[in-house]
Ligand binder design. Structure first.
Ligand SMILES: [Ca+2]
Ligand SMILES: [Ca+2]
Ligand SMILES: [Ca+2]
Length: 425
């Protein structure tokens, strides 16, 4: 955010003094509203000065724009993390990622030989960008989610996620919820090993289940941790190689298997670890108006309509060597599980063991701030197809159909209370 008009925010640093740090503002400041930098910026509390330095270095790298000489491409989607994750908040659908594949006898083929699953729609000079090929049966678009508070989600123990799952709907409430299980790959072996080295002695995470690992990041929960997500983003979204993924993405559609000529890895592991540390310690947005009577009534409706069965309000972290993440209760409004959302949200595209109609429950913290980072108007759901919160609820089918029905049965005044609660998150 360092290349934007800067505002000065004060970060409390352990040791009792305050240090001025330049951070970017995003969006317009409304009179009387809290500054944006207070809402979507800043680290969790109690970082050591060394940790704060890693946070700031990661912040700088998150906003860094790459050029072809830095290793961008040969094919890519955008030139910086922040060009999609604007101000660390939700991105605009103009910059959606596009992924495709083909269903073959009930098995989804991500069509790697045709450049799948992700389309890199831009390329460096003298190199051809990818297009969606012929013969696909499914294509989905993905709007960049906000990246705040993710360290808390990462620090939840596997057992806590498994305890929320009800794959066969044993309790008969119409809501199942399945964990995403990802087959072991060399990359998953490496990102889980490195994360376990980094963290507390007994973090209770990355415990294999029949040789597969719980996915928790991404809209289909296809990344096991923030390191996995970060090196994949560098490579798939920006064409940047790292120690963990040292090969450039290439475009098989035009038979060009050459890289960009820039020596690999293009991003050193020190940069990757700073960006991961930044993501771990970027704090969640604080609530606004949480105590107002309208918001309180809306919160009660959120529970009685069954929204909270998937958008689970409170989770608890396991052990973490980052003090602020160590065994803490936090409020993300997700269960990190996959739910069948019905034909309404079925793009016939999928990842891992998810059905094409299954999506990970979107965390709702920060949802009331969406328009600030999305250019003045909000876009909800995985591809931004819903323009209002009401429309987002109306597109909840499948396991969430009963909840939608209950919302429709509310009086208009009650519906407004529910929406006021969502806007306070
Ligand atoms: Ca490259
Ligand atoms: Ca591709
Ligand atoms: Ca290269």
């Amino acid at each position: 955010m360092t290349n934007r008009p800067a505002m000065v925010s004060r970060l409390a640093v352990t040791g009792g003094f305050a240090m001025s740090v330049l951070v970017g503002g995003c969006g317009t400041l409304l009179p009387g509203a809290p500054n944006d930098d207070v809402l979507l910026e800043g680290p969790v509390e109690d970082l050591s000065s060394q940790q704060l330095a890693a946070f700031l270095a990661g912040d700088g790298e998150f906003s860094r724009r790459f050029a072809p000489a830095d290793g961008l491409g040969p094919i890519f989607v955008a030139t910086s993390c922040e060009s999609c994750h604007v101000g660390d908040g939700k991105g605009h659908p103009l910059f959606n990622l596009k992924r495709f594949g083909r269903m073959e006898g009930g098995v989804f083929n991500p069509m790697r030989a045709d450049g799948g699953p992700q389309v890199q729609n831009r390329a460096i000079l003298n190199y051809m960008a990818e297009v969606v090929p012929a013969g696909i049966t499914g294509v989905a678009q993905f709007t960049a989610p906000s990246v705040t508070g993710l360290g808390f989600l990462e620090a939840v123990e596997d057992a806590a996620i498994l305890a929320l799952a009800d794959p066969n709907d044993a309790d008969g409430d119409g809501i199942s919820g399945r964990v995403q299980l990802l087959a072991l790959s060399d990359l998953i072996a490496e990102v889980t090993r490195l994360e376990l080295l980094f963290d507390a002695d007994e973090p209770g995470r990355h415990i294999p289940i029949d040789g597969r690992y719980i996915g928790r990041f991404g809209k289909k929960a296809s990344a096991v941790n923030l390191l996995h997500q970060t090196v994949t983003a560098y490579r798939e979204d920006m064409g940047l190689t790292s120690d963990l993924i040292p090969e450039d993405p290439i475009n098989p559609q035009v038979g060009n298997f050459a890289g960009d000529g820039v020596p690999d890895p293009e991003v050193p592991s020190s940069t990757v670890s700073n960006v991961v540390f930044y993501l771990k310690t970027l704090r969640p947005p604080p609530r606004r108006d949480a105590e107002s009577p309208a918001v309180k009534s809306g919160e009660a409706l959120f529970t009685s309509l069954g929204c909270a069965r998937c958008h689970v309000p409170a989770l608890t972290t396991g052990a973490s060597r980052i003090a602020a993440l160590d065994r803490k209760v936090f409020y993300p409004y997700t269960d990190l599980l996959l739910h069948d959302m019905g034909p309404e949200l079925d793009d016939k595209y999928t990842e891992g063991i998810a059905l094409t109609s299954e999506w990970r429950t979107a965390p709702l913290w920060g949802i009331g701030l969406a328009e600030r980072s999305q250019g003045g108007r909000a876009f909800y759901l995985h591809d931004g197809r819903a323009r209002t919160l009401r429309e987002a609820i109306e597109l909840h089918g499948g396991e969430a159909a009963a909840s939608r029905q209950a919302f429709r049965a509310l009086t208009p005044a009650e519906q407004e209370l529910l929406l006021a609660f969502l806007r306070s998150l």
